[in-house]
Design a binder for this molecule. Structure first.
Ligand SMILES: [Cu+2]
Length: 573
């Protein structure tokens, strides 16, 4: 019988650190953790529960939950193109008990089923890993105990099952789920392992937003396919890892050349950037403003109009799309507009700003060897990429086409108010005058780092320990490497509770690029992922309540994350 064990050496390291009472509580080294009975409103840390492959559906806590779901990561083939199938990895799910609509499979795509949960529900999800490598699932945006969050220390091998059980504490919103094994998140998401997790609640329902077929998920991703229609990951090797993967084909809901046929009425479009590294600057082709009603953490207090919406990997935006003013037959498109992505214009903007010609010793100091040539080719220095021509970061392209195909008379007015969002006062923060600072940079010999550090499975530094039930300001400062190569955008994601954006500042060197995206930031409302452009400082404020233990903060450029641009923080009672 195969069981999950905490590595003894890792455990002793934790013990030796002397700082990790909560982490130890969460990681007791037993061969099989016994089930723990909890009450419906329990918010204490649960032990991880791992059952053997021989009996994956044995109940951990019989009954006692509102919804129970079986979720499997499987190998499969999907017809992304009409001529031949593509090998993928994907999530499949079924409801074991509870409302039948808790799992909504999406037809004809590698994307996982949409999980529909309600605030206040107690949920059990049995994740069974049927791909040929270790994995674990993270519920992106949800506030759950450390053992239920998909931390990479809980990976399970092929044939093994991890049983999650948690209360849905989040407000209504568009969340998502994806694998989170250290070093393999990028390739696993790339192969197709991702899905939406929608939470609803009474506040949202009282607004009267478009629902049913008029509530449309749009998951944006990019890929490279070879001539056999198979996905190709990191065709340029190490250089793609440093830069982040950028594909040459844009997929919406797992499909190329996506077309949306709509009626003359209002739609709620829930847009997730599920790409590994690509940033989208979304706008309507006819110049209409983007009417944003929600972001990462659910509905905004009121709708906001933006000329465009910038979505970095991991971020979500909900768009109020009113097609009632277009005649049947109208075609328009959702575009990604051009913007300046400093890392991709070597010899252009970056060269000027960073003194590229000045002999900064790129190769030696940064442990990157001869990579510069490859990067430059992609960035438009005139050469050819080794494998394929990706769409460079910041280049314009069409995301999807909209065709108005039928006339309806239903009209829904745009609500003036959508939800109640209480700003967290700065005075609540224990460190308002001295925010916890996270420097995002390229560190020689280490690659992408957070305060000069890369990921360690069970370790936290002294400055990564947070006291339970406090509010803090964190500042993400994209300082780059000072040597050209170090200047890339980084979408920073924090596990646990959602945060509010307090302020943004940008330095003189970063300002020109920042100006090309800043009007598309949706900083209203609650967020869990925030884009930090080169030279930019973003301050966020959040609470650290309910759960102790080890949680992650990391860059959601999945290649950066896999290379170690990720750290633990420890919430301690
Ligand atoms: Cu990054």
């Amino acid at each position: 019988m195969k069981t999950k064990r905490i590595n003894r050496r890792q455990f002793l390291r934790v013990m030796g650190g002397g700082l990790f009472a909560a982490a130890i509580a969460a990681c007791r080294p037993a061969s099989v953790f016994p089930p723990t009975t909890t009450t419906a409103d329990s918010r204490t840390v649960l032990p991880s529960v791992v059952v053997s492959s021989s009996n994956p559906t044995a109940p951990s806590t019989p009954g006692n939950v509102d919804v129970e779901i079986a979720l499997r990561a499987v190998q499969d083939e999907i017809a992304i193109f009409p001529d031949r199938p593509t090998r993928v990895w994907r999530f499949v799910g079924e409801v074991l008990s509870g409302p039948a609509d808790a799992v909504r499979p999406l037809p004809d795509t590698y994307l996982g089923p949409i999980l529909h949960l309600r605030r206040g529900q107690r949920v059990r999800i049995r994740f069974t890993n049927e791909i040929p490598e270790e994995s674990i699932v993270h519920w992106h945006g949800l506030h759950v105990p450390a053992t239920m969050d998909g931390h990479p220390r809980y990976v399970v091998g092929p044939g093994e099952t991890y049983v999650y059980e948690f209360d849905v504490l989040n407000r209504a919103g568009t969340y998502w789920y994806h694998p989170h094994p250290h070093g393999r998140t990028g390739p696993q998401v790339y192969m197709g392992l991702a899905g939406l997790l929608l939470v609803s609640d009474g506040e949202e329902q009282s607004v009267g937003l478009p629902d049913g077929e008029f509530d449309i998920p749009l998951v944006l991703q990019d890929r490279v396919f070879d001539e056999q229609r198979q996905m190709v990951y990191l065709p340029n090797g190490q250089m793609d890892r440093m830069m982040g993967f950028l594909g040459d084909t844009i997929l919406v809901n797992g499909k190329p050349d996506y077309r949306l046929e709509v009626a003359t009425r209002v739609y709620r479009l829930r847009v997730l950037n599920g790409s590994n590294s690509r940033i989208y600057k979304l706008a309507w082709s006819d110049g209409s403003p983007m009417v944003v009603i929600g972001n990462d953490g659910g509905l905004l207090a009121r709708p906001v109009e933006k000329p465009y919406v910038v979505l970095a990997p991991g971020e979500r935006a909900e768009i109020w799309a009113d097609f009632s003013r277009y005649p049947v037959g109208t075609q328009l498109s959702l575009r990604s507009l051009p913007f300046t992505a400093p890392g991709t214009v070597m010899g252009g903007n970056m060269g000027r700003g960073m003194g590229m010609g000045g002999g900064m010793g790129m190769g030696g100091g940064m442990g990157m060897g001869g990579g510069m040539g490859g990067r430059g080719r992609r960035g438009g220095m005139g050469g050819r990429r080794g494998f394929t021509e990706a769409i460079p970061q910041g280049t314009a392209f069409t995301v999807l086409e909209v065709q108005v195909t039928r006339e309806v008379t239903e009209r829904i007015p745009l609500p003036a108010r959508l939800s109640t969002i209480t700003p967290i006062p700065l005075s609540d923060a224990v460190n308002a005058n001295a925010p916890r600072r996270i420097r995002l940079s390229m560190t020689p010999g280490k690659g992408w780092t957070l305060n000069g550090r890369t990921f360690e499975m069970l370790a936290v530094a002294d400055d990564e320990i947070v006291r339970l039930n406090t509010t803090e300001v964190w500042e993400f400062h994209n300082v780059g490497g000072g040597m050209g190569m170090g200047m890339l955008p980084h979408p920073m994601h924090m596990h646990g509770e959602q945060f509010q954006v307090v302020r943004r500042d940008v330095d003189a060197a970063g300002r020109a690029a920042w100006e090309t995206v800043k009007d598309g930031y949706v900083d209203e409302g609650w967020k869990d992922t925030v884009l930090v452009m080169p030279g930019e400082r973003v301050q966020v404020i959040r609470r650290f309540a309910d759960f102790t233990g080890l949680f992650l903060y990391h860059c959601h450029n999945l290649e950066h994350e896999d290379m170690g641009m990720m750290r633990n923080f420890l919430v301690q009672a």
